[in-house]
Ligand binder design. Structure first.
Ligand SMILES: [Fe+2]
Ligand SMILES: [Fe+2]
Length: 375
C-alpha cells in the first residue's frame, strides 16, 4: 500500500473521484457521537506560571473577553446580493474567472447568466459561514478535551478560557447565519472526517496539532482574508473580534507543542508529520465546496477541474496555509525525518510561507485595542 493510500486513503492527492466519494453519511441527524479515547488527567502540581508563556496568554485572555450579544451591531441590514457584487469587484470577478467570458466557453458555466452567478455568490456565503460554524463547534469540543487531557496546570487554565471563547464564536456565527444569511449547510464531509479524527485520537498533543495548529491556523488566515475583503460592516467587526481570539488560540498551540515536540523521537515526530499532512489535505478538499456546485445543479466532478485551475483560486488556496506552514516549521515538523513534511507542503504548493512570522511571536498584533469593544 502506498504512503498516500495509508495516510489519506488515495494515491493521488488530486484524485477528484476519490475526493468526491467522501460523503457525509449522517447529514440529517441532529447529533453525531464520536468515541473519545483519551484519559482525563489530574495534576497535583498547582504551581501557576511554571510555564511563563502560557501564563502570559492566560492573563491576556482574562482581559480580552467580549460579548457577542452586546458588542456587535446586530441591527445592521445585510443584503447578500450587494455583498456578492462587492466581493466580486474586489476579487476581480466571481469565483476567480475574472471578467473574461472566453475562459468559460464550452464549459457548464457557459449558460450561466448574472442571476446564476449571484446565486453562486450567495450560496458560497451560506456555505462558508456554515463551515466556520461547524469548525467552531469542533474547537469548542477539542478545547474542552484539552482541559481534561493536558498534564500542565498553566495549559488547563488557558484552555478553560479558550472554551469560553469558542462558545462565543459558535454563538455569533450561528446568529449571523440565522439572522443575516439565507440558508445552512451541514458539515462538509472532509471537515467532518478531520474533526472526528482529532477528537478520537488518544494522544493529548494530537488535539492541539489538529485543532490549534491546523484547523485554527487555517481559520486565522481565512478569517483574515474575508475580514479584509468584505465591505459588510457587521461581518467585518465579527471577524475582527473572532480573529483577536484565534491568534491567541494558535499561539497556545505553538507555545505548548514547542516544548513537547523538542523531546519526541523521530518515529513519534513522523506520526505528527503524517497527521499534519492528512489535516492539510482534508482542509484543502473541503474548500472545493462540492455541495455548492451540486446545489447549483452542476456536476462537481465536471466543474471542479475548472475551478481548481483558476489563478485566483490557486492563490486563495495557498494563502489559507500562510499561518500553518511557519508554525509547523517552528515546531520542527517541516524538517524532522529528512524534511518529510517540507516535501509534502512543497507538493501542495504552500512551502513559500515557511519564513513568515510564527503565531507564537505575532499574536499580540491581533489583540483588540482598549476601547475597541463597547463591553
Ligand atoms: Fe474559534
Ligand atoms: Fe479558536
Amino acid at each position: 500500500m502506498s504512503e498516500n493510500q495509508q495516510i489519506i486513503g488515495r494515491d493521488d492527492i488530486n484524485d477528484l473521484e476519490a475526493i468526491l466519494a467522501v460523503t457525509n453519511d449522517d447529514a440529517d441527524e441532529l447529533i453525531h457521537a464520536v468515541h473519545d479515547n483519551a484519559e482525563a488527567i489530574f495534576t497535583w502540581d498547582y504551581e501557576k506560571g511554571a510555564r511563563p508563556a502560557l501564563n502570559r496568554l492566560y492573563e491576556k485572555a482574562k482581559g480580552s473577553q467580549w460579548n457577542g450579544e452586546t458588542d456587535l451591531p446586530w441591527d445592521t441590514d445585510v443584503d447578500q446580493v450587494a455583498v456578492t457584487i462587492a466581493n466580486a469587484e474586489t476579487m476581480g470577478g466571481i469565483i476567480g474567472f475574472g471578467n473574461d467570458a472566453s475562459v468559460i466557453v464550452g464549459t457548464p458555466f457557459e449558460k450561466f447568466g448574472l442571476e446564476d452567478w449571484l446565486k453562486v455568490g450567495i450560496e458560497t456565503q451560506n456555505w462558508t459561514l456554515s463551515q466556520f460554524l461547524h469548525g467552531e463547534q469542533g474547537a469548542l469540543l477539542c478545547t474542552a478535551k484539552i482541559v481534561e487531557t493536558v498534564p500542565w496546570v498553566d495549559a488547563k487554565y488557558y484552555a478553560a478560557t479558550q472554551v469560553m471563547d469558542e462558545a462565543r464564536h459558535v454563538e455569533v456565527f450561528a446568529k449571523y447565519l440565522d439572522e443575516k444569511l439565507s440558508g445552512h449547510y451541514p458539515i462538509n464531509p472532509h471537515l467532518k472526517l478531520l474533526l472526528d479524527d482529532i477528537v478520537a485520537d488518544s494522544r493529548w498533543d494530537m488535539t492541539y496539532l489538529g485543532m490549534q495548529i491546523m484547523v485554527e491556523g487555517l481559520a486565522l488566515a481565512a478569517f483574515g482574508f474575508m475580514q479584509q475583503i468584505t465591505t459588510e460592516p457587521l461581518l467585518k467587526q465579527l471577524l475582527r473580534y473572532v480573529m483577536s481570539d484565534e491568534a491567541r488560540h494558535v499561539a497556545f498551540g505553538v507555545l505548548s507543542l514547542k516544548e513537547y515536540y523538542a523531546g519526541l523521537t523521530d518515529a513519534e515526530m513522523r506520526d505528527r508529520q503524517e497527521f499534519a499532512f492528512e489535516a492539510a489535505v482534508r482542509m484543502r478538499d473541503r474548500f472545493l465546496q462540492q455541495e455548492v456546485w451540486e446545489k447549483m445543479g452542476l456536476s462537481a466532478k465536471e466543474v471542479l477541474p475548472l475551478v481548481m485551475a483558476s489563478p485566483q483560486r490557486t492563490m486563495f488556496q495557498s494563502m489559507l496555509f500562510s499561518k500553518i506552514v511557519p508554525n509547523c516549521k517552528k515546531l520542527g515538523l517541516l524538517d524532522a525525518n529528512g524534511g518529510w513534511l517540507r516535501q509534502r507542503f512543497t507538493e501542495l504548493g504552500v512551502i513559500q510561507f515557511e519564513d513568515n512570522p510564527d503565531t507564537g511571536e505575532e499574536y499580540d498584533m491581533f489583540q483588540l485595542a482598549a476601547g475597541e469593544t463597547s463591553g
